[in-house]
Design a binder for this molecule. Structure first.
Ligand SMILES: [Zn+2]
Length: 167
């Protein structure tokens, strides 16, 4: 590893430590030329397998790009998008596989995106699930409405329960 201070071509590892429950290894390195120390992080590459069979390294930046596109003109800030991408990465890494189908990455995006913004979710889902008719949209919107009604129902039941106890 090249020294980031003096660009010397070599460095010496002085300490190695596991971090993030063994997912990462941090190494302290020392430059024999200028004597400065720096840290490197080693992490297994998570490969995403596309439908064509081609693999590419998992990229959080790519997730952010896709989600940002779906959120265009929506009241969603960059921090929320970054947080969503982090969640997606945690979800796919938690599977513990070295390779993951791109389909699963899309699935991992849909859940948190629905919680973030339903319109952005619909846009993303329409591309991801290749909606090709209005009926596909109608069905998805009906699912969203049913979920909203279920949440509403739970909230009302909770409120009624509280009122019942206090009266
Ligand atoms: Zn150096």
């Amino acid at each position: 590893m090249r020294c980031p201070y003096c660009r010397h071509a070599d460095s010496r590892v002085v300490d190695s430590r596991e971090a993030d429950d063994g997912q990462l290894i941090r190494r302290r390195r020392s430059c024999p030329e200028c004597g400065k120390r720096f840290t490197t992080v080693e992490e297994a590459v998570l490969a995403v397998v596309k439908r064509s069979g081609v693999t590419e390294p998992f990229s959080r930046t790519k997730i952010i790009g896709g989600v940002r596109k779906a959120c265009q003109g929506r009241p969603v800030d960059e921090d929320s998008i970054a947080l969503l991408a982090q969640k997606v990465e945690e979800t796919v890494r938690a599977k513990g596989a070295a390779e993951i189908p791109s389909h699963d990455v899309g699935l991992a995006i849909l859940g948190p995106l629905r919680d973030l913004d339903e319109v952005a979710y619909l846009r993303f889902a329409s591309v991801y699930r290749s909606f090709d008719s209005l009926a596909d949209f109608e069905q998805e919107i009906e699912t969203l409405r049913a979920a909203a009604r279920a949440r509403q129902g739970v909230a009302e039941a909770g409120a009624a329960g509280t009122a019942g106890r206090t009266n």
